[in-house]
Structures are given as C-alpha cells and as structure tokens.
Design a protein around this ligand. Structure first.
Ligand code: UD1
Length: 314
C-alpha cells in the first residue's frame, strides 16, 4: 500500500489527522479502525478519498496486509481513558499493548517507512517540576498510562533492534470537534461543552484546581505530519511532547466557557478520580527544535471552534 495508513482513523483525533493528510496533498488515506469508538460518520465529507478497513489491531493476520509497504503508519488506535483502564483493564491492555505490538511487528514485516505513535502525557504521572520534559523519569499512575508508555518503549526497541523508523508523540489532553461527549469516559472538555449548551452544571472530580495542557486537535494532527517528515537521523526512536505549553485548571476552564457563552452556572463537585494526575503541562522545546512544532490555536480559539461545532451538531 503506497498511501499513508491511520490506525484509529475513524476516531476523534484520527479523523482530524486523515483530513490534515488529505489537505496536505495525500491523494487517498487508508484507515484501519474496528469502529469500537470510532465512527464512519467522523469521515463523512472525506469518505470518498478514504479506504476504510474495519479491522482490529489485535488481529495480526488481518492488519499485516493492510500495512504492507505503507510510507507512513500513524498508529492512533487505542482504548483511551484513565478511569476505564482502572475499572476494566483487560480490553485496554489488549488494545494498547498487544495491539501496538502487532502493528509494529506488521510494520517491520511489511517494510513500512515510518511509524508515528500516539503516546500519552499520562506517562509522566505527577512530577515535582512543571512543565514536563521528555528527559523526566516516567511515573505512570494508571494502567492506561503504563500501556501507552509500554507502546513508546516498544517503538524505541523496534527502532534499535529492527531498524523500523518510529516517532512517539505524547499527546496532551487533546480536544476539538468530533470528540464524543456521550460516555462517562469522554474527555472533560467534550463533557463541559455538552453541559454548557444544555445549561446544566458539570461535575468536577476533586477541587477543580487540577490543571491540563489542553491541545487543539488540529495542532496535534499537524505535529503528526511533521513527525513523519523530520529527518530520521534526528528523530527516529525518540519521544516528543505534543502539547501547547500552557495549562488551565478545570475551574478556570469552566468559568471561561461560561463567559464565552454569556451564562453563569456553578459547577458541582464530586470525589477525586482514582489515577488522576494533578497538573499537566508540556515543555515543547524538543518538539519545536526537532519537529518544527508551532501550535496555531490559542486555548480560547480552540474552545470557540469546538463550541461552534457542538452547537451545530448536538
Ligand atoms: C489522560 C491524559 C491524556 C490522554 C487521556 C486519554 C493526563 C494528564 N492526560 O487525560 O493525555 O489523552 O488520558 O483518555 O494524564 N473530569 C471532571 N469531570 C468530568 C470528566 C473529567 O472533573 O466529567 C476531570 C478528571 O478527573 C481530570 C480532568 O477532568 O482531572 C481531565 O480528565 P480527562 O478529560 O478524562 O483526561 P485525563 O485523564 O486528564
């Protein structure tokens, strides 16, 4: 296959990446997705230029022929969510560790040019120092964090042992259009926006003073493309933060959203969530230096665009 492949390409981030690839000149993009959380509808207006393969990354013999000869494989397929990995660890272990292993194995066997892997900021856990830089020792606090970290290690080992080019990007709390707000495991901003448009208070877990480096999905997609193009001698086998470099508490984020919508709704508070990281903020220096990372969307601009999208679809 001589076109790029996106595993998890029918998902929220994957479908934004498919759009970015097409916008940057790829004639077609292949998507591997088991549609467990991804949806064909996420690809609606680009569907004619997408080869959608409904396949599971845990099935080596099914995915190997689909990855064969791809110039780049963007490996985003995963079962996300820290709390889901705690309450139901087996499926996320199998998708995030076993699935990643099978994707990497198939990429070696199929002589794939490069793998760009969606790693997670959760690998850092709670660090004393902010922002978090790639040289810090990881301290995973949940099965999900450990699974995503294992995927990074597998990428680096596949580079050193088998010569497969890999780049791991630690995504920092990505948000934007098409993030599904309907599950208790959904990303917090998708839930906040749904509540806001319904004029209902959100439930904040803990005191709301935890903070996140919320990153707009198009900036992450752009960085994936840069990771695919950067010189192998510089980037292969490495891990980079894919964040914005700033952080916002949940309390201030909810207030900001209320202000944007011109309403005043006080949040409700619930018990803190197990496995939760307190603060998260990316040091973007290495990604700027090696990949040319240049996020274009301020937090407010990203929120505005996302809110507009939910308003038009919910
Ligand atoms: C973590 C990772 C992120 C990864 C994501 C995958 C960190 C710092 N980030 O996100 O990189 O992409 O897993 O799922 O580990 N919350 C509420 N009310 C809600 C929902 C959530 O208060 O209704 C709180 C959570 O307790 C948490 C924050 O909002 O403090 C963010 O939660 P969520 O959006 O689920 O993402 P993380 O677990 O931070």
């Amino acid at each position: 296959m001589s076109i790029p492949v996106v595993t998890g390409g029918a998902g929220f981030i994957g479908s934004a990446l498919v759009r970015a690839l097409l916008a940057h000149g790829a004639p077609r993009v292949a998507v591997i997705d088991n549609l467990s959380s991804g949806k064909e509808a996420n690809l609606a207006e680009v569907r004619g230029r997408v080869e959608l393969h409904v396949a599971d990354i845990r099935d080596y013999s099914r995915i190997a022929p689909l990855l064969q000869g791809a110039p780049v494989v963007y490996h985003l397929a995963a079962i996300p969510s820290v709390p889901r990995s705690i309450s139901d660890p087996v499926p996320s272990h199998e998708a995030n560790i076993d699935g990643t292993f099978h994707v990497l194995r198939a990429c070696v066997d199929g002589r794939v040019g490069r793998v760009v892997y969606a790693a997670s900021s959760s690998a850092y856990g709670d660090t004393e120092v902010l922002p978090k830089s790639e040289s810090m020792a990881p301290r995973p606090r949940s099965p999900y964090a450990l699974q995503k970290l294992t995927g990074e290690y597998y990428c680096a080992v596949f580079t050193s042992c088998y010569g497969l080019e890999t780049v791991s990007l630690r995504f920092f709390n990505v948000f934007g259009p098409r993030q599904d707000p309907s599950s208790p495991y959904s990303g917090v901003l998708s839930i906040f926006m749904k509540r806001l448009l319904e004029r209902r208070p959100p439930v904040i877990f803990g005191d709301g003073e935890q903070s996140r480096d919320f990153t707009y999905v198009e900036d992450v997609a752009e960085l994936c493309l840069k990771a695919a193009r950067a010189p192998a001698a510089v980037v292969s086998g490495n891990v980079y933060n894919a964040g914005n470099g700033r952080r916002y508490t949940l309390n201030e984020t909810w207030r900001l959203l209320c202000r944007m919508e011109g309403v005043e709704i006080g949040p409700e508070y619930g018990p803190p969530r197990p496995g939760d990281v307190r603060h998260s903020q990316a040091d973007t220096a290495a990604a700027v230096r090696d990949l040319g990372h240049a996020p274009r969307f301020s937090f407010e601009e990203g929120l505005r665009r996302t809110l507009d999208w939910y308003r038009s679809t919910l």
